[in-house]
Design a protein around this ligand. Structure first.
Ligand code: SF4
Ligand code: SF4
Length: 342
C-alpha cells in the first residue's frame, strides 16, 4: 500500500494554542532530567491516545534523505503528483515548519482490520476501511499537543499526517521505530507495516531514541515479486507512477494506461499486495480504534453493486471515508479498469 499523499497541515498548533497555559519555557540550560520527564509524559499519553509506538528524534536537517527524494522526483516517479515537487526547503529543515524546532515526535497508529472484505468484492486497501484517517489522527495530535501544553508549558508545535513537506519515514527510522523495506513502507519488527505514521514537530528538547540502524529484509524479495505492475524497481525505490495506489487514487480524471489496466489485479482503491506478502506482517494484530472500524458497505458490496451505485448514494455512504478522495467518477473508472484486467 502506498497511500495517496495529501498535503495536510494539522491545525493543532492553532487549536491547542487557544487553551494553552501561559507558561513560558526557557530552553537555555534546559535540564536533561526535565527532557526525560517530558518524554516519559509524551510517550505515556500517546499510548493512552491509542498510538502503538512513539519515537523521538532530534530536529536536524535531512539533507541525504531530501537528496534521495530529489533524485526520485527527477526520474518522474511521482507521476502527476506535482505537489510532491513543491516545498523542498521545508522537507530538509524542520525549523522551516516550526521555528526553533528541537524535536520530531513520530507516532504509529495501527490500522490492521479484524474483518476482511468478502472474497468477490472489488479490493480496497485496508487503511481505507473506516473513517478518513486524517480526521482521526488530527484529533489525536490536537489532544496530544493540548495536554503537552498543559503539562509542560507554551510549546510551539505542528502535526502532520501523510504530508508532502515531511519525510515521515525518515523521521520514523531516526526515531528507532523501524526500517524502510524494499516495498518502500516503514516496517516495525513487532507490528509489520499496517499503520499510519503521524509526525509532531515541537520546539522543546526531549530525550532522543537511537536511530534504527538495521535492515531486516535480508534476501526476501516477496514484495518485489508480488507487485502486479512491477512498480518496485529496486530496494526501497517504487515508481509511484506505476503503483496501483497512484493509478486508482491520484490519477484523478485521467484514464489508466491500457498496459497498466491489464495488471490491476482486482484493486478498486489502493493496493496492499506488497504488504500482504511481507513476512513481517504476520505479526499484525487487529486495531481497536473505533473510528477505523470498517464501513459495512466496504466489506460487503460486490462489484455489480458498486457499478450500479448512484453518485448521491456514494457521496452519502463515503462522506467520511478516504474513498471520497477519488470520487464516484474515479471509482467507476477503476471498476472498468479492473474488468479489463479480467
Ligand atoms: S504491490 Fe506494487 S502496485 Fe501495489 S502498493 Fe505495492 S508497489 Fe504499489
Ligand atoms: S516482503 Fe520481504 S523484502 Fe519486501 S518489505 Fe517485506 S521483508 Fe522486505
Amino acid at each position: 500500500m502506498h497511500r495517496g499523499i495529501t498535503v495536510y497541515f494539522c491545525r493543532c498548533a492553532k487549536d491547542a494554542n487557544e487553551a494553552a497555559p501561559n507558561k513560558k519555557i526557557k530552553h537555555k540550560n534546559y535540564p536533561i532530567i526535565l527532557a526525560e520527564q517530558h518524554t516519559t509524559f509524551i510517550k505515556q499519553h500517546s499510548s493512552r491516545l491509542g498510538f502503538a509506538y512513539c519515537g523521538i528524534a532530534r530536529a536536524v536537517q535531512l539533507d541525504d534523505d531530501a537528496r534521495k527524494l530529489e533524485r526520485w522526483l527527477m526520474k518522474g516517479y511521482n507521476g502527476k503528483m506535482e505537489y510532491m515537487e513543491r516545498n523542498f526547503d521545508l522537507r530538509i529543515d524542520p525549523t522551516k515548519l516550526v521555528p526553533g524546532a528541537k524535536s520530531v515526535i513520530t507516532l504509529l497508529l495501527n490500522y490492521y482490520p479484524e474483518q476482511q472484505q468478502q472474497k468477490d468484492a472489488p479490493k480496497i486497501s485496508k487503511y481505507a476501511y473506516g473513517k478518513d484517517y486524517h480526521y482521526v489522527i488530527r484529533e489525536k495530535l490536537n489532544e496530544l499537543l493540548f495536554v503537552m501544553r498543559e503539562e509542560i508549558g507554551a510549546i510551539d508545535g505542528r502535526g502532520f499526517v501523510d504530508s508532502a513537506p515531511v519525510l515521515e519515514r525518515s523521521w520514523a527510522v531516526r526515531s528507532g521505530l523501524g526500517w524502510v523495506g524494499k516495498n518502500g513502507n516503514l516496517i516495525n519488527k513487532k507490528m509489520g507495516s499496517f499503520f499510519f505514521i503521524a509526525t509532531l514537530i515541537v520546539d522543546i528538547p526531549l530525550a532522543y531514541d537511537d536511530a534504527f540502524a538495521k535492515d531486516f529484509c535480508g534476501s526476501c524479495n516477496r514484495c518485489v515479486e508480488a507487485c502486479p505492475t512491477e512498480a518496485i524497481l529496486s530496494p526501497t525505490v517504487v515508481d509511484g507512477s506505476k503503483c496501483i495506489s497512484y493509478l486508482t487514487i491520484e490519477l484523478k480524471d485521467e484514464l489508466i494506461q491500457p498496459e497498466l489496466q491489464q495488471k490491476m489485479d482486482g484493486w478498486m482503491f489502493g493496493c496492499d499486495a506488497c504488504q500482504d506478502v511481507c513476512p513481517w506482517n504476520r505479526f499484525s494484530k487487529p486495531h481497536d480504534e473505533e473510528h477505523l472500524q470498517p464501513i459495512p458497505e466496504i466489506l460487503n458490496l460486490h462489484t455489480a453493486e458498486w457499478e450500479a451505485m448512484h453518485e448521491d448514494v456514494f457521496k452519502s455512504l463515503m462522506r467520511n471515508s478516504p474513498l471520497k478522495r477519488t470520487k464516484w467518477q474515479g471509482i467507476q473508472r477503476n471498476l472498468k479498469a479492473i474488468k479489463t484486467s479480467g
